[in-house]
Structure formats: structure tokens, C-alpha cells
Design a protein around this ligand. Structure first.
Ligand SMILES: Cc1cc2nc3c(=O)[nH]c(=O)nc-3n(C[C@H](O)[C@H](O)[C@H](O)COP(=O)(O)OP(=O)(O)OC[C@H]3O[C@@H](n4cnc5c(N)ncnc54)[C@H](O)[C@@H]3O)c2cc1C
Ligand code: FES
Length: 509
């Protein structure tokens, strides 16, 4: 998953002709043994680390937008001025370098000392409580400290593990190619330094809206002046005979992924129930582990509802090339210890069953507290719920998306993190609307699919390039409106589609 660490391009400490870096251009070289990215914006030249701090994406292949650079792999956004990670999924800043023009040449001098700006806000809040230690909850906690919030900060998580890189749990981690140390998003020392009181295995049972406190299942209560709900989603459970057998697994948490891995020593044949993103990623990872994998799904094609028939067929062929056997248009009737039975009476041998039939937003707390819900927790453009002072972000939040013009709820990692960051600013009174364009990626073997926007009910699907050749841009339209753009091996086009959609939002209507 990491990018190449080999140095390439010129040694920038020896200087390059200034004319080699045109306005709006990115150029990669190195300085003092590190990869450095040069970027020009008019008369200004910036020098920052060339490797994305998320998974090591090559920023030289990314996009320059204003005074930011966007990563080609999963669209993290960095400030060229400060190196700061402005938008998830990257959490850490880039190194910054001093750069100078002498005569007709540009020289990278030395690495700049970077100290996080010491800011203090006077928000009037003495205590912020965040319920949920996942993508949105952690991003919010970090953003609160970055924004200068100095008061009490409590992060309550039902998980046994500190916040983890959840998307990895179905990909490299499950495939056995990501070491354990890649999985936690932050170290225990980080929480200590940032004075974030992270309490694990702490499930909130109730919100006392009048008393402004949350009460855990163990009966401990935490007072808040502002509250963020980021409780994510739970896997939908299968309701067939045998669904509670010990070899039947779901995948949401690190504990779930570990439980599947623990079975692999004595497992040869797996059945994956469901042909959505998680089910298919699991199928790919189990193939990488050498298991026989069968996928059972009622759908005619995998992922057709999200990606359309052409991409659905491609995904199916891709998995078949890697040895996955599909049973499409099929329902599961029963699970036994050594096999599953389908509705048509046929059976498939299986000593491991993974169920990936979707998730439901975890809205029970919000509902019981009387917050407005509608297939999710309803929030306004500031991510505030129907109760002032209580915000919601991530998989549970249904927000007015200005891009589609609809209230939407999505289950994407980057969206949850960015919403966490926005909710944090709004808890502090900054009134930043949630108006970024949704993005997600999904990895199947060596094919990464990037998706910008949100398309439900498109009436036209335009394919540029060749899906089979893994070089394409697929545009989902309703009338003349572009709802979403999916790309394979066209990362720059994906970034440009995102930048165009953002610009359209800013343009006066
Ligand atoms: C295996 C897997 C792979 C994925 N891969 C991708 C991908 O490739 N790309 C992508 O865009 N998205 C992916 N996703 C989806 C993405 O991970 C989610 O959209 C994202 O994690 C949502 O963030 P969240 O903060 O809303 O919820 P979560 O990250 O699920 O966090 C919710 C947290 O709330 C806690 N919680 C719940 N109820 C309570 C309570 N009552 N009290 C205290 N704590 C509570 C939970 O324990 C958890 O810590 C994947 C998801 C999974 C499970
Ligand atoms: S590697 Fe850059 S955003 Fe993931």
C-alpha cells in the first residue's frame, strides 16, 4: 500500500532552471535524501514532501488546486504553504522546504522547522463529548485540538481497539499483507499528548438532553456543553437457519477481522454472502490467502446498483479471473457447519462464512433522545441535529448535500473523516457548511476504483476509454447534470472531476 521510497528527478539543492517549472506545474526531485515536490503558482514556488502521508501516494501525479495539492490515490488535500493536511484521509502534514530563486535557477535550501500553530479559541465550551471512536469521531477530536479547543475532550468508544484504519480490515490486513502496526490510526501517546480522554469498551446507553450528559451502559455519566454523535453503522444480520453458528462472521471492527484471520489455519473453503464492496474485498483477500471462495448474492451482477451494469460485469470478470465463483440471483436458505444451502436446493461446501449484506446506521441513541431521524440522523448543513448543541457525522448523518441537492447519507471513510473535521469546527461556532464532494475508493486485487459524487437514479451512463482494459472514466448523469464520476487508472481525471464539482458549488447560481 505504501508508495515507492526511491528518489527520482534532479537534486534540487543543486538547483534547476526556473523555466523548467511552469506556472501550475508539479515537479518531483530530492533534497538531502528526501523526495521533494516543487509547485509553482504564478510568482510563488513551494517545496513540500513528495509523498502523501496517508498511504504514500505520489503527489507529483496529483492535482494543484489554488495553493493546495491533492493526492491522486484517495484525494487527501495538503496546503502548499504550511504542509498541513487540510482534508482527510491524510492526517499528518507534509514536510516543508525553503526554496529560493537565484538568477535563473531555483534552489531548495533546507527543511523548514514546522511547529503547529499555537491557537486558542474561546468557544465558551468547557466539555465536549464525542460518542464513537471511528473515522468521524477521531477526526473530530483531532480537529478540535488543531482549532485550539483547550477544554475537556472525551472520546467514548464501544470498540475494544483504539480508532483503526477500518478500510484496511477487509483489504491488506485481511489478506495478510499489512502488518499490525499499520492498523491503529494514532498511538496511545498521541491521545495522551493531545489530552483526548479516549475510553474504550465504553458504550453510551442514553443521552440526557435536558441535563446535557451522556450515560454509559456501566452507569457512568459525562457532562457536555457540546456533543458529537459518530456511532457509525452495524452490519445487517442474516436471518436464516444456522446464521448463529461459530464459523459465521461479520466484518466491522478489528476484532471481527482478527476473528476471521484466526479461522484461516483450519479453513479451506469460504462462502461470502453479499456482493457489495465489503463482501468482494473480503473475497479478494481470502483468495490471496489461498482459500476457495464462493460469493452468493441475490443480485444479477455485483455492485450493479452503485456502479451500473458495465462496471458490475467487469468486477465479476475480475474476481472470476482470480478464481472467485459467483452464485448470482441466489438466496441463502441455511448454513450448516460444513456447507451452505441455497434457495434452489443446491449446496456449497464451506467451513467459513462471511456475511456482507450491508449495514444499518446506529441511530438508536439519537432516536431514544428524540433527535429527528429518517434512515439516519437528520442534520443541517452545519451537521447540527434537530437539538441545538448536538451534532452528528459519518455513517449516521443524513445531510443536505448541495452537490446532489438531496439529503443523503453515505458510508464512506473519507466522508466520515471530513464530516468529523467540519463538525468539530462548527461545535466551536465556526459555521462551516458541509459542502465537499463525496469521494470513496475500493480496492480489488490490483484495481482501484475511485468514485466522486453521489449517483442514485441516473438516466445516462457515459463510458470514456475501456473498462475491460482498466483505463476508463464512467460518468453518471441525470439530464445534463453530472451526478458522479468513476475512474479506473485515471486518477488525475478523478481529481479534476472533484475539483470541477467543487467549483460548480462555489459558482453563483
Ligand atoms: C471492512 C470495511 C472496509 C471498508 N472499506 C472502505 C473503503 O475502502 N472506502 C470507503 O470509503 N469506506 C470504506 N468502509 C466504510 C467506512 O469504514 C465507514 O464509512 C466509516 O468508518 C464510517 O465512519 P464513522 O465514524 O461514521 O463510523 P465508524 O468508523 O464505524 O465508527 C463508529 C464508532 O462508534 C462506536 N459506537 C457505536 N455505538 C456506540 C455507543 N452507543 N457508544 C459508544 N460508542 C459507540 C463504534 O464502536 C465505533 O468505534 C469500510 C468499512 C468496513 C467495515
Ligand atoms: S495515499 Fe494519498 S490519500 Fe491515500
Amino acid at each position: 500500500m505504501g508508495g515507492s521510497s526511491e528518489l527520482s528527478g534532479p537534486n534540487l539543492t543543486e538547483g534547476i532552471p526556473a523555466a523548467d517549472l511552469a506556472d501550475g506545474q508539479l515537479l518531483v526531485g530530492h533534497a538531502q535524501g528526501e523526495a521533494v515536490l516543487l509547485a509553482r503558482r504564478g510568482a510563488e514556488v513551494f517545496a513540500v514532501g513528495a509523498t502523501c502521508t496517508h498511504y504514500g501516494g505520489p503527489l507529483a501525479e496529483g492535482l494543484l488546486v489554488g495553493d493546495t495539492v491533492r493526492c491522486p490515490w484517495h484525494h487527501a488535500c495538503f496546503s502548499l504553504r504550511s504542509g498541513q493536511a487540510l482534508a482527510a484521509p491524510a492526517l499528518n502534514p507534509l514536510a516543508c522546504w525553503d526554496v529560493e530563486q537565484r538568477g535563473e535557477r531555483l534552489y531548495v535550501l533546507g527543511r523548514r522547522q514546522q511547529r503547529p500553530e499555537a491557537v486558542t479559541v474561546h468557544s465558551g465550551l468547557a466539555s465536549v463529548v464525542i460518542v464513537g471512536g471511528g473515522a468521524a469521531g477521531l477526526a473530530a477530536a483531532e480537529a478540535l485540538r488543531q482549532q485550539g479547543y483547550m477544554g475537556r475532550l472525551t472520546l467514548l468508544s464501544a470498540d475494544a481497539a483504539p480508532p483503526v484504519d477500518r478500510p484496511n480490515l477487509s483489504k491488506d490486513y485481511l489478506a495478510g499483507t499489512a502488518p499490525e502496526e499499520w492498523i491503529p490510526l494514532r498511538s496511545p501517546e498521541f491521545f495522551e499528548q493531545q489530552q483526548i480522554n479516549l475510553l474504550l469498551e465504553t458504550r453510551v446507553a442514553r443521552i440526557d438532553v435536558e441535563g446535557k450528559r451522556v450515560i454509559t451502559e456501566a452507569g457512568v455519566s459525562f457532562d457536555y456543553d457540546a456533543l458529537l454523535l459518530a456511532t457509525g453503522a452495524e452490519p445487517v444480520r442474516l436471518a436464516v437457519a444456522g446464521a448463529d453458528l461459530p464459523h459465521v462472521h461479520y466484518l466491522r471492527s478489528l476484532a471481527d477481522s482478527r476473528a476471521i484471520i484466526a479461522e484461516l489455519g483450519h479453513t479451506k473453503r469460504a462462502v461470502v454472502v453479499g456482493s457489495g464492496f465489503i463482501g468482494l474485498e473480503v473475497a479478494a483477500s481470502l483468495r490471496a490467502r489461498g482459500l476457495d471462495v464462493h460469493v452468493v448474492s441475490p443480485d444479477a451482477r455485483p455492485l450493479e446498483k452503485v456502479l451500473g451494469p458495465e462496471l458490475g460485469d467487469f468486477i465479476r470478470a475480475l474476481h472470476e479471473e482470480h478464481g472467485v465463483v459467483f452464485h448470482l440471483g441466489q438466496q441463502l436458505r441455511a448454513i450448516d457447519p460444513a456447507q451452505v444451502t441455497l434457495a434452489d436446493g443446491s449446496s456449497i461446501a464451506a467451513d467459513l462464512v462471511i456475511v456482507g449484506i450491508g449495514v444499518r446506521p446506529s441511530v438508536a441513541l439519537a432516536e431514544a433522545a428524540g433527535l429527528r431521524t429518517e434512515h439516519g440522523v437528520l442534520v443541517n448543513e452545519l451537521l447540527e441535529t434537530s437539538v441545538p448543541g448536538i451534532f452528528a457525522a459519518g455513517d449516521i448523518a443524513r445531510w443536505p448535500d448541495p452537490h446532489s441537492g438531496e439529503h443523503i447519507r453515505v458510508e464512506h471513510w473519507v466522508v466520515a473523516q471530513r464530516q468529523g473535521q467540519i463538525a468539530a469546527r462548527n461545535l466551536l461556532g465556526q459555521r462551516q457548511p458541509c459542502n465537499f464532494v463525496p469521494f470513496f475508493w475500493s480496492q480489488h486485487y490490483d484495481v482501484s476504483i475511485c468514485y466522486v459524487g453521489h449517483a442514485v437514479g441516473w438516466d445516462k451512463l457515459e463510458i470514456d476509454g475501456s473498462i475491460a482494459a482498466r483505463d476508463c472514466r464512467v460518468t453518471f448523469r441525470r439530464g445534463e447534470r453530472t451526478l458522479a464520476v468513476v475512474t479506473i487508472n485515471r486518477d488525475l481525471e478523478s481529481l479534476k472531476a472533484e475539483a470541477r464539482a467543487e467549483a460548480a458549488l462555489r459558482a453563483p447560481s
